[in-house]
Write a protein that binds this ligand. Sequence first.
Ligand code: ZN
Length: 313
Amino acid sequence: MRHIWLSIFLSLSLYADAHIYLFHRFDDLRYPTTNTSTKELKTFFDYLKNNHYRVIPLKKLSHALKTNSKIDSKWIVFTIDDAFKSFYENAFELFKEYNYPFTIFVYPLATQEGYSDYMSWDELNITSAYGEIGAHSFSHSHLVGKNASTIIKDTNRSLNIFKKYGFDIKSYAYPYGEYDEDVFKIIHSFDFETIVNQNSGAIDEESNRFNLDRIPLTGKIDIEHALHFKHLNATWIKPSKYPKDSVLKVIKLKIDKKFKSVMLYVSGFGWQKVKVKEGIIELLFDKKLSSKRVRIIVKSDDNHYSTKIIVKD
Ligand SMILES: [Zn+2]
């Protein structure tokens, strides 16, 4: 009996973990795949406010992970990549109105060159009073497959420019959300407090603050879907990288023994049900990959997600 009540309690209280969302452009209809309408955003903000979610700075979430503190399931973090001008012109006021902090991941090349679509240093300076500025590489080039010295140089170049303009950088977001073990090791060797990716998932106490999932929100925001993610603690074993011959032979990972089966997704191949044996998922996949960027996603019945991204160099 006690067990039943405990299960019910757990299923209710674990409804969701903390969530980090990712935006690019606002009210910019030229780029529908990376655009969010501020009308949709306002509806989402109202929902969060009315349902007692708390929008917190990324550094607060990261600090809780660093200090093994409790992660509050009502915590929400907002991040904006690339520093497009449409954030400054169309969304900044809304964030201010709700008093919602944010992190803007900037790649200084665009700002330095004064590309018309991007925020200026002055504009970044103004927004930084309400949010954090993070690094998004210097040149926004693909990092997977680049040699270590190129990545180190690119990162240092961005940090030096940020420093010149008075920004103290504590977090990093991979360009295109692309990384592998080599890229991770190099970026991790810098002093960042937090590294974020671009895989849809949530954050709980077992999350790694150097590999945090972010959920992109574009087009029409499905609020229930946006909030349904939970973190799945997984150790990915295979593949470790994009296969040289593009044939993905085996998918193998370790998850909690309590899961008996999961749904597994591979970009280009859709979802399939897979059995878990004693916490091990091992699937002979043996298919030729067609896209350069492939996500392998594992999802439990109760919406715990873990993603492995592999990128062709
Ligand atoms: Zn970007």
